[in-house]
Design a protein around this ligand. Structure first.
Ligand SMILES: C[S@@+](CC[C@H](N)C(=O)[O-])C[C@H]1O[C@@H](n2cnc3c(N)ncnc32)[C@H](O)[C@@H]1O
Length: 250
């Protein structure tokens, strides 16, 4: 689909614009956070010997909690948005590096585990990137991608769902590219359900919590919210987040 609207705002610009409110608006529930973090620990088999890189780590809240709970030797939050990275730099138990995926890998910083949570669709020239990651990882080193299917169950308006599907490559592509590099790949689909007050969900939409929403004007967001209102008549919405966890081991 070639729609010029999808190119109107770059990803890093978008995340610069929501950095200040990111932690508040990108929040589903404490249970949800525990669910994701527990799986990260297990899938990456984190231990005190590891050096963890949280690539596209945003404001570093996940990086910081993982560092505390797993006791890894060192944890980096690598984040190209200056405003997001500035937030991460306030967390004293992690090291924030303001750069994108390709710039980071070319620094040759040693690491043994790599987390890519909700970021893989933003990274270009992925085949080249995987190859570089494979070279840098030690034997038995691991990476974990947490991503979503192209068709999400989120209560989004129709044109937002189309934008999301447009920006999200099929996860099978990541699997095949990783296998082609020599990684052993395991994929698990896991879902988490939670309930949000509609007002909170609409605030997330108005802040364009997902970069896919950045192409919509204020009027279009309000029109989208009216579309959602027709379907969801209660005060709260039950939401299912279908996540895909892809672990690749060298
Ligand atoms: C949806 S946020 C996810 C943040 C964090 N991983 C989390 O789950 O809370 C996506 C992040 O990826 C970053 N990003 C975008 N393009 C990137 C790239 N090429 N390399 C590394 N990070 C990138 C964005 O700036 C943003 O902070």
């Amino acid at each position: 689909m070639n729609n010029p609207r999808y190119d109107t705002l770059t990803t890093s610009n978008h995340f610069d614009s929501i950095a200040e409110v990111f932690n508040r608006i990108w929040y589903f529930s404490d249970d949800y956070k525990d669910f994701v973090i527990n799986h990260i620990h297990r899938d990456l088999s984190l231990s005190a010997e590891d050096i963890l890189v949280d690539l596209g780590g945003g404001t570093g809240t996940f990086t910081s909690r993982i560092q505390d709970e797993s006791g890894v030797t060192k944890a980096y939050c690598v984040e190209p948005s200056v405003a997001m990275c500035d937030e991460a730099a306030k967390l004293k138990n992690i090291t924030a590096l303001c750069m994108d995926a390709h710039a980071f890998i070319s620094t040759k910083t040693p690491f043994s585990k790599l987390l890519l949570k909700e970021v893989i669709h933003h990274i270009d020239e992925r085949e080249h990137f995987w190859q570089a990651v494979y070279t840098r990882l030690p034997k038995k080193g691991k990476l974990l991608i947490i991503t979503r299917p192209q068709h999400v169950a989120f209560p989004l308006f129709a044109s937002a769902k189309t934008a999301f599907a447009h920006n999200q490559p099929p996860y099978e592509l990541f699997e095949s590219q990783l296998k082609a590099c020599g990684f052993k790949v395991t994929t698990l689909k896991r879902s988490h359900s939670f309930t949000l007050r509609k007002e909170n969900w609409y605030e997330m939409l108005r802040h364009r919590f997902m970069s896919d929403l950045s192409i919509f004007s204020d009027e279009e967001i309000e029109e989208g919210i009216r579309e959602i209102e027709e379907v969801y008549t209660e005060e709260s919405i039950d939401i299912i987040d279908n996540l895909i966890f892809i672990t690749a081991t060298k």
